[in-house]
Design a protein around this ligand. Sequence first.
Ligand SMILES: CC(C)(COP(=O)(O)OP(=O)(O)OC[C@H]1O[C@@H](n2cnc3c(N)ncnc32)[C@H](O)[C@@H]1OP(=O)(O)O)[C@@H](O)C(=O)NCCC(=O)NCCS
Length: 283
Amino acid sequence: MTSSSASSAALETLIGFCAAHPVPDTDAPRFLGRLNTGPQAIIDWRERGVVAVLLDSVMGGNKTVPFEICGLASVSLPSVLAEDLLHELARRAPMLGARANELAFTPIWRPHKQLAQSLGYAHSYSDCDMSCRNAEWGPDAPLPQGAFWTDAAPDWIEAYIEVLTTGFADVPGAFVPRPEEIRRYLAQSNIRARILIEDDRAIGLLRYTEPDNYINAVVRAGGQSGRGIGRLIMDEARRCLTQNGNAPPMTLTVVDTNTAAIELYRRCNFEIDREVTVLIRRF
Ligand SMILES: CC(C)(COP(=O)(O)OP(=O)(O)OC[C@H]1O[C@@H](n2cnc3c(N)ncnc32)[C@H](O)[C@@H]1OP(=O)(O)O)[C@@H](O)C(=O)NCCC(=O)NCCS
């Protein structure tokens, strides 16, 4: 067996453990297989009933690394295990180049708030899950003259990466994957990516996942603010996602400090269903 086939076999085994012991709202194959740089980012403590990962492939400019529990054999996370995981991630994060860790305060972590605080975790922001059950926010706004929407893949992938990177620069809580990961997910059959072109340049993008009507990304290119492009993207989302009369509500996740985005979504009848606190600890 080559070392790469040995490591992919090891990865399949970890993914198998996580499938047998799933954590709600956690995409273990993607976290373990795509969003980290290798074994040093994966805490493989299957003998203690847990597999977790530092997502060091999606660190922002401020070198903050997200952390996810991908598989958990017990109903809840025992205190000793919680403490050991937080120590272990703090040991590994600087070796992976991280200066801080973000921890989504999901139900798994809720009993361990005091522990997290005692280790230096503090509130950073909240992730808001929003949904729109009534897409009647008025007629579609007209596109700028000559502008048009088209699929991002396969012809506009580099432009898509450019808009994603420039648009998300300095947005709190936004983690932009590496270009190869973006190219990979754009090739997936259930991912839809649309891009708005004006004068041969990309000025905005929309990405969504079928069939659950989840909006993954709403981004206008850097330098294009004040033109109403956010609204044009939401109109495109409505055209793409509500054609089917039985379509489920449109949903998305946004950081509570992203005032521009929250205001845009509210104008499009999105309401907050759930908020998850995200804690940060600097090393
Ligand atoms: C969110 C985003 C798409 C909005 O795009 P935009 O082109 O600036 O928005 P629009 O010009 O269409 O504005 C639509 C409405 O949004 C709100 N809005 C836009 N910018 C705002 C700001 N800085 N503060 C408060 N509200 C704002 C306003 O209600 C505005 O309506 P108005 O112009 O009638 O007042 C854009 O800021 C962006 O790409 N941000 C970076 C990526 C991002 O954060 N995406 C969302 C992640 S979930």
